[in-house]
Design a protein around this ligand. Structure first.
Ligand SMILES: [Zn+2]
Length: 420
């Protein structure tokens, strides 16, 4: 494989390593970088990824690539230019016709909301209250998702609001004066205000650089290969550790004045005080008006879902596709006295195979579905199969004329099934 420009070959370190892995599979596979007039030692790259490069001679290769990418970001920063990246809430995106680059000119509508959120944060308003305010105003986020405390904190404390910028968790400063570089884009806050904001919440953007920021953690995590697989396992572990079957599925059905519904998520909470049973409750600070016993809701929703699962998946066949690299794996296993690269290839491929089968097994939970299998599922598996048929579950409030101890009424639970 010949790459004209190294920087364009793989944007992520992980992709670079996957490429090296793929090339190393073939005895004749190699990578030549034209801009460097350099042949890359793909096996050494793999070894570096395995953390088995004792002399560290080639291990620098990966670090060097990360550094180079960082340097090009830095050069932009010191010139006060933006560095591309996704559009930030409050600024316009790019416009080819006028030559406007992204995040330079304020969007008059969004920036007013951004500034109001900053004012509220400076005045000590809670992050939850600011989040609720943006939600109530129906202000759309950049990606169209819901506002969360995390997005609001990150947006409000982003150094870009005052023209500053951080690279690898450190404030970009002029080399000579040491003063922070001020970008050429339009801003909504002063540096003094920003400092007060990060003092209140340094979780996302910490100016001192002594705390590792969330972004830094993310990038260093994503460098190693297998990060995607590990991330998947982490998610699986989280799902397995869940206490409540339906969290994420439930929506609050409390009616508003205009006939709309609250629509906020409902989360599980343990028994406490006068509530003798664990319950699902609306999580919105402005509502919290609907709650219901978890065991009764779970049983009702499961009954509805199991019927749909049998009907839709009772006749489906399991996917029994074999792992596509089975042959290559057999070859590698048969090698006598394997060399180090062969050992690594074998290890990676065995892991791929395990991942392939884990995913296949998950998909096959639905095949020839029968309700008597349900009881043997763990909570992660239950949630997986539920997600195949259940879109959401709306819980309506108990009518006012009923007492607190009125029996559970399944008619108040609306299970919305996914379209087939
Ligand atoms: Zn609610």
């Amino acid at each position: 494989m010949i790459a004209v420009e190294e920087e364009r070959l793989a944007r992520l370190q992980r992709d670079h390593l996957l490429l090296c892995r793929a090339l190393a599979m073939d005895d004749g596979g190699c990578l030549y970088l034209v801009d460097k007039e350099q042949l890359v030692d793909v096996t050494a790259e793999m070894a570096a990824a395995h953390g088995e490069s004792p002399r560290g001679t080639r291990q620098g290769e990966s670090d060097r690539m990360s550094r180079r990418r960082l340097r090009s970001v830095r050069d932009h920063v010191y010139e006060g230019r933006g560095t591309g990246g996704p559009r930030r809430f409050g600024w316009y995106g790019p416009d080819v016709a006028t030559g406007r680059s992204t995040n330079t000119i304020l969007d008059p509508r969004e920036s007013v909301h951004l500034r109001s959120a900053i004012d509220m944060a400076l005045a000590g308003t809670s992050w939850t209250a600011i989040t609720d305010w943006l939600t109530e105003k129906s202000v759309p986020t950049v990606r169209g998702s819901r506002w969360t405390v995390a997005t609001v904190q990150s947006m409000v404390t982003n150094p870009a609001v005052c023209g500053y910028r951080m690279v690898s968790g450190e404030l970009a400063r002029h080399r000579d004066s040491g003063r922070p570089v001020v970008g050429t884009w339009q801003t909504v806050a002063t540096p003094e205000e920003w400092l007060r904001l990060v003092e209140r919440c340094g979780r996302w953007h910490s100016p001192g650089g002594h705390r590792s920021t969330y972004k830094q953690d993310q990038s260093s995590r994503s460098i190693r290969p297998g990060a995607a697989e590990r991330a998947r396992k982490r998610i699986e572990a989280v799902d397995l550790g869940r206490k409540y079957l339906l969290s994420g599925f439930l929506l609050c059905g409390f009616p508003g004045e205009d006939g709309s519904k609250c629509g906020c998520k409902m989360g599980g909470q343990p028994a406490r005080g006068t509530n003798k049973h664990p319950s699902y409750r609306c999580v919105a600070a402005k509502c919290r008006k609907v709650g219901r016993r978890t065991d009764l809701v779970d049983a009702h929703v499961a009954a509805v879902a199991l019927g749909a699962l049998e009907e839709r998946y009772g006749d489906t066949e399991p996917d029994e596709t074999a792992f596509p690299a089975e042959e290559r794996l057999a070859e590698l296993r048969a090698v006598q006295n394997p060399t180090e690269p062969t050992r690594m290839q074998l290890h990676d491929l065995e892991q791929d195979r395990a991942d392939f089968h884990a995913r296949q097994e998950d998909r096959n939970l639905l095949a020839r579905f029968r309700r008597d299998r349900w009881a043997a599922f763990d909570i992660r598996q239950k949630r997986l199969v539920l997600a195949a048929v259940v879109q959401s579950v709306v819980i309506r409030p108990v009518p006012k004329n009923r007492t607190r101890n009125a029996p559970f009424d399944p008619d108040l639970i609306e299970v919305v099934l996914k379209a087939r």
